[in-house]
Design a protein around this ligand. Structure first.
Ligand code: FAD
Length: 503
């Protein structure tokens, strides 16, 4: 594993959870000290729940767990041009057993790292990849640590080395997209903002005024916030933003002329939009920013990195444990690259709306509904058996169709005398059914829980009625569905699973 950011650490953790031996390296001294990606979608929290770290991650949202407010405005008290998420927006608990998180990256990465190590993964910092070559049987990596170089041989390599990563270049995968969009100065500061922002909610302001264009966002550390300011590298550099000037910009942003913030860090970064041509080259896979770089307008860079990590981890683990054929690995790019494209396109559309309205035009992709994208995406690959001709890439998760390719919906069922979410039944291949014929099938490696459906939601939201059955993959995606009963259920299920696992 090259990289120990959100993508690399989650892939490492999910592989270790499956009992796979994994070595992670990172050239940095440790996890990110910068708050960067703040916010976890419901889907991310559902994945972290599987890893047993959802509560620990959510603890980072303390004080911000009332939700999210997003506005495009002149300043915190100035004219509001557009409200994207409102103080009153509430989460519909019928959609997920997990609430969304508001933790920042500097809180989440150490949680993932600790859990990955606890599960047996080895993660080495200040260890840099310097060369990579693959052959038919494995991958050979040359790494440098403390001035010494050595060779590591692995069955597979995951490039989770971020948007300036070298793995993508070593395996000669190109990338396309609008590319670099804008240059920013990031100012991490401490100040009491309690009278300016909505208490108990994560507040994100996109700011456009005569002095600058940028953002102001609270973090999960009390009093800590981040201001970003767009600059033109042809005319200025980071050196033109000393603390004194940053304090002035903060006073403009907050409308508090005597604000006395404590400036902790001033950095620069580039906002960009790229999609890699492929997410896989033989035994090498790309995840997170190494696979695609999305503008942060949408808050999906870190979330998608975790989603990528989870996806490649369960598929690689199934192949390495001999449960699946190599063909299952084809489904990683087939499913995650179109998803990455939707994320990049939708975030780019948000970027134009929130930061750069002058770029609006026919070449700008359509905006993408956040909820549809995060909970209603349809996977299409050899690892799902789709039997309809609907080409739509997403559906409304509040009104799920239960068709193969979509996330298996959250429904409360009765199982072993307790009420639980269907999502807590998944982790291995699972058949959901209310039909005793399907329920009696005995198939190796497929769990068939005995369920009651007091609300009728299971039959309805999964579209299986009383007769049918729905086969759920280890990642909680519907792989196959039938509305009918059969005379030889075990053979039917075994055939379906063998097809899906490329055996
Ligand atoms: C200012 C800012 C705000 C953001 N806000 C959000 C947000 O609100 N929500 C959101 O979801 N996302 C946000 N993002 C994006 C998010 O931070 C990234 O998408 C996410 O961190 C990507 O994770 P990653 O693991 O792919 O890469 P990274 O976090 O970049 O990690 C790369 C890893 O690779 C390692 N590495 C690189 N090269 C080598 C090498 N040669 N050898 C060994 N190791 C190497 C590094 O040490 C590091 O561990 C933001 C980003 C920025 C910059």
């Amino acid at each position: 594993m090259v990289g120990a950011g959100l993508g690399g650490l989650s892939a490492t953790l999910f592989l270790a959870q499956q009992g796979i031996e994994v070595l992670g390296i990172s050239k940095h001294r440790g996890t990110s000290p910068h708050p960067k990606a703040t916010g976890q979608t419901h889907r991310t929290m559902e994945l972290l729940r599987r890893a047993g770290v959802a509560d620990e991650v959510l603890a980072g949202s303390a004080g911000l767990d009332g939700g999210l407010v997003i506005k495009v405005a002149e300043s915190l008290r100035g004219r509001v041009f557009h409200t994207i998420m409102h103080e009153d927006d509430e989460w519909d608990t019928a959609l997920s057993p997990e609430r969304s998180g508001m933790a920042s990256q500097d809180h989440v990465e150490p949680v993932l790292l600790r859990r990955a190590r606890e599960l047996g993964a080895e993660v080495l910092f200040e260890t840099e990849l310097v060369a990579l070559a693959q052959d038919a049987d494995g991958v050979t990596a040359r790494v440098r640590s403390a001035g010494r170089e050595y060779t590591v041989r692995a069955d597979y390599v995951i490039g989770a080395d971020g948007h300036r990563g070298v793995v993508r270049e070593w395996v000669e995968i190109g990338r396309q997209g609008p590319g670099e969009l804008s240059h920013h100065i990031g100012v991490v500061f401490d100040a009491d903002m309690s009278s300016h922002i909505v208490p108990d909610k994560l507040t994100l302001y996109y700011l456009r005024n005569q002095a600058f264009t940028g953002t102001l966002v609270a973090t999960n550390t009390e009093r800590r916030n981040v201001l970003t300011v767009e600059y033109d590298p042809a005319r200025e550099s980071a050196a033109d933003y000393p603390p004194r000037r940053c304090v002035e910009l903060l006073r403009i942003a907050t409308d508090v002329p005597d604000l006395e913030p404590e400036i902790l860090e001033i950095t620069r970064w580039e906002m960009a939009a790229w999609l890699s041509d492929r997410f896989r080259a033989g035994r090498v896979f790309l995840v997170g920013d190494a696979a695609k770089v999305t503008p942060p307008t949408g808050g999906l860079g870190g979330n998608t990195a975790i989603g990528d990590g989870f996806d490649i981890a369960w598929k690689l683990a199934a192949v390495l444990k001999g449960e699946a054929g190599e063909g299952l690995l084809d489904s990683y790019e087939a499913e995650r690259r179109p998803y990455g494209k939707l994320v990049v396109d939708g975030s780019f559309a948000n970027y134009v709306q929130r930061f750069a309205p002058q770029l609006a035009g026919p070449d700008v992709p359509d905006e993408v509904d956040h909820l549809h994208l995060t909970l209603g995406y349809r996977c299409r690959s050899n690892a799902v058996l789709i039997d309809d001709a609907d080409p739509a890439p997403m559906e409304n998760p509040a009104d799920p169709s239960g068709r193969p390719g979509f996330r298996a919906p959250h429904v409360v069922v009765e199982h072993q005398g307790t009420s639980k979410s269907t999502l807590d039944l998944f982790g291995t291949w699972t058949l959901l059914t209310l039909n005793p014929v399907w329920a009696a099938a005995d198939v190796t490696s497929v769990e068939i829980p005995t369920l009651q459906d007091p609300t009728g939601d299971l039959a309805k939201r999964y579209g299986i009625g009383q007769q049918g059955a729905s086969l759920i993959r280890p990642d909680g995606v519907i792989a196959w569905r039938t509305t009918e009963t059969v005379s030889d259920p075990a053979n039917r299920i075994a055939d379906v699973v063998a097809t899906l696992l490329a055996h």
